[in-house]
Write a protein that binds this ligand. Structure first.
Ligand code: KIV
Ligand code: ZN
Length: 516
């Protein structure tokens, strides 16, 4: 058995299934480039049959990424598998690269009877057929038994035996509903490997959801039971309570090497940058006490701890902040930096803008920011670029002007001008606070009827002159979107975020959820 753990990142697929986390093709490409830099082995870039947008994004990523295998998910149906096969083609055309099809079907009684309405025999037959269709496109075929956690052991063995005979190379055992606990999950993996014929010819994989907060613990238990691939996401993003968090898995394996005695190819110093990028793009803030990537993960508040760390670091620190990429955010550029230095830094960050005009637009925003903020970091550049991608996309509503008055003892008041498809409108409103007044003024014009589910502000870097990054989550009918905006003025950032959310609600989405 290999001592290397294959890190399969599914931020762009399972992570994207989080409410409001849908990403554009350009955003997915930015994250995929960063995942490659991070050194993940496999990037699950999406579910090709979900929509044309998903297909295009996977196709583009398969053409760009050189060092990671690019994978598409496919239900066990002919159309899904063929769409996945076509989407990963650019990776197959180059002998140096690799493309994977990940096909799945549910194997638990509850799913087979109520969702699929298929018998056990039909499920086995379809699973085998899906693997055979996939093999027409690539030798790298992964099969997942959805809801393996609640599947009958003998039936799982029968399905896995059949798909291995058909040619699947990776067998994934998902805890789709986050039901398991570590000891039985590790035992399940051990038993499968012991009982499935020819189990040593494939890679065993685990994929855990976090409904009971045990996704990482369950994944590591499966590793101890013999799994050599872990499916995970950056920041633990994913449906409901999310997936196992990549940074926690990787750092557990590295930090407790004495116990696991295993390796990964992940460059841990890229973890914080990747985490911030995913948070900025999806609008999912990182809780301050989140392990590894939370703002407090390496902060020592109590006097006793500070004293200990100062005397001897290891008294309270089991990892070094800089080893996961904290404090390495370079002071990138300043007020006097020229266009060439700016272009070079964007390139180093893996950011490619579509045109010279787009570069000029971001450079102009950079200069404005540099006037307000003395030090510009990589995170500031990422936010400026995100803003530019937003304005490149079809935008119905744009912020033109905002004036807010807020004073002790007075009711806050906002005066807002927006343009709707190029046509300017003005409105004003009082509110409980400046942000409330601003949103009410916008609503007086737009009358969107959307509900505000979440409003959050995070500082992109430290200091009171930092840009504030605002996320709003809006819902209307059955749609949920996240809107983002960044500015050194958080009320302006809030207005931008709100309008960004409204623009996303306007855009049609015909995405299919693979698990429905
Ligand atoms: O949670 C799950 O079962 C999945 C499968 C598609 C692998 O995401
Ligand atoms: Zn999943």
């Amino acid at each position: 058995m290999s001592d290397q753990i294959i890190i399969f990142d599914t931020t762009l697929r399972d992570g994207e299934q989080s409410p409001g986390a849908a990403m554009t093709k350009e955003e997915k490409i930015r994250i995929a480039r960063q995942l490659e830099k991070l050194g993940v082995d496999v990037i699950e870039a999406g579910f090709a049959a979900a929509s044309l947008g998903d297909f295009d994004a996977i196709h583009a990523i398969a053409g760009i990424i050189q060092n990671s295998t690019v994978c598409s998910l496919a239900r066990a149906s002919e159309n899904d598998v063929r769409r996945a096969g076509e989407a990963i083609q650019p990776a197959m055309a180059n002998p140096q690269k690799n493309g994977r099809i990940h096909t799945f079907i549910a194997t638990s009684k509850i799913h087979m009877e109520n969702k699929l309405r298929m018998t056990e025999d039909q499920v086995v037959e379809r699973a085998v057929q899906a693997v055979k269709w996939a093999l027409e496109y690539t030798n790298d075929v992964e099969f997942s038994a959805e809801d393996a956690v609640r599947s009958d052991m003998d039936f799982l063995i029968r399905v896995f035996d059949a798909v291995i005979k058909a040619g699947a190379k990776t067998i994934n055992v998902p805890d789709t509903v986050g039901y398991s606990i570590p000891a039985p999950w590790g035992e399940r993996m051990r038993e499968l490997i012991a009982r499935v014929p020819n189990s040593h010819t494939v890679v065993w994989s685990t994929h855990c959801h976090n409904d009971l907060g045990m996704a990482v613990a369950n994944s590591l238990a499966a590793v101890m039971g013999g799994a050599r691939q872990v499916e995970c996401t950056i920041n633990g993003l994913g449906e409901r309570a999310g997936n196992a968090s990549l940074e926690e898995i990787v750092m557990a394996i590295k930090t407790r090497n004495d116990f696991f005695n295993l390796t990964t190819l992940v460059d841990a110093t890229q973890i914080v940058t990747t985490s911030k990028l995913v948070s900025t793009i999806t609008g999912y803030p990182i809780q301050p006490n989140k392990a590894i990537v939370g703002a407090n993960a390496f902060a020592h508040e109590s006097g006793i701890h500070q004293d200990g760390v100062l005397k001897h670091r290891e008294t309270y620190e089991i990892m070094r902040a800089e080893d996961v990429g904290w404090n390495t955010n370079k002071l990138t550029l300043g007020k006097l930096s020229g266009r060439n230095a700016f272009r070079t830094r964007l390139k180093e960050l893996g950011i490619e803008l579509a045109s010279e005009d787009a570069l000029n637009a971001v450079f102009a925003k950079f200069k404005t920011l540099a006037d307000k903020k003395s030090e510009i970091f990589d995170e500031d550049l990422q936010a400026l670029v995100s803003d530019e991608f937003v304005s490149e996309a079809a935008e119905t509503f744009k912020l033109v002007y905002l004036q807010v008055t807020s004073q002790t003892g007075e009711t806050p008041h906002a005066l807002v001008t927006i343009s709707e498809n190029g046509l300017e409108q003005h409105a004003e409103s009082d509110g409980g606070g400046p942000v409330d007044a601003t949103f009410k003024a916008i609503e007086n014009m737009v009358k969107s009827d959307a509900s505000l589910l979440l409003y959050s502000v995070n500082n992109i870097t430290s200091g009171t002159d930092a840009q504030g990054e605002v996320t709003v989550r809006l819902s209307k009918g059955d749609r949920i979107v996240n809107g983002q905006g960044a500015d050194t003025d958080i009320v302006i950032a809030s207005a931008k975020a709100y309008l960004n959310g409204l623009n996303k609600l306007q855009a049609k989405s015909e995405k299919v959820n693979p698990q429905l």
